[in-house]
Design a protein around this ligand. Sequence first.
Ligand SMILES: [Zn+2]
Length: 321
Amino acid sequence: MASKKPIASISLDLDNQWSYMKIHGDEGWDQYPSYLNIFIPYVLDVLDELNLKITFFVVGKDTESEENRKYLRMITERGHEVGNHSYHHESWLQSYSFEKIEKEIREAEEAIETVTGQRTTGFRGPGFSWSKDLLKVLESRGYRFDASTLPTFMGPLARMYYFKKSDLTKEEKKARKELFGKFSEGFRKLKPYKWDLEEGKTLTEIPVTTMPVFKVPFHLSYLIYLGNISMSLMKVYLNAAIMMCRITNTPVSFLLHPLDLIGGDQITQLAFFPGMNVTSSRKTEIFKKVIHCLSRHYDVQNMTKHVDHLELNNKMIIKKI
Ligand SMILES: [Zn+2]
């Protein structure tokens, strides 16, 4: 019997060690240090245990090393989907020219397809960066969806906190001035819709879901933070978010990051990062609880399945940029 539950999609932004260091302004990122050899086998086993198939947004640059390729291949071999997370993972993508964006998307797409055997049809901008040109490039390359928006008023606050904890220079901060989005992002629509790209062209937008009305994020990074304080606090918060989504009929697109699932005990190179003192087993325990909560109300799938479902029901409004 087919499931009557609505769909919730799960995606993971496969940010590597170097991209965390790059955004953070740490020296040595340009040697492209990688933890994919540790993280990918680990997360694939966790997902198998939960019987989950999700979408991994892969960074093109990571396909350049033979060692990384070995692990990236495992993602599709184990039945998951890959999406495009840009080539260089620069959170100031919105300042690029049309040509530069086109190159960034195309090169990542080709590199990811060569390694994984799968052509990407979904995109998420690094640090939730996006622009009209980006949407046009995606549409022209036959992409089915963009997933780069995070409708929250918390972006500037998250950025302020991040800057405080980093060693970024004034110039580096300037380049990252829209990291995590502007305050006005909070006014963006939470339910999936289609961007009107003129001349009859559209592109589906699947925002990262935040709590309806309050627009506070509840993706895994936040839940890990709460769960580490108190598991019952985390559950109350998550259940409130799920309830608000159900009342307002908001589909859920749930976001994960590598450091939400693995701790400094395994990724010793980043042991000094915020939240890395929480062990991998603790993080995974919280993640499993989150998935169990979500699964009670939703049929948990990858992002393409989510888009298929939305298009079948044809409920998305068309929105001007
Ligand atoms: Zn990223």
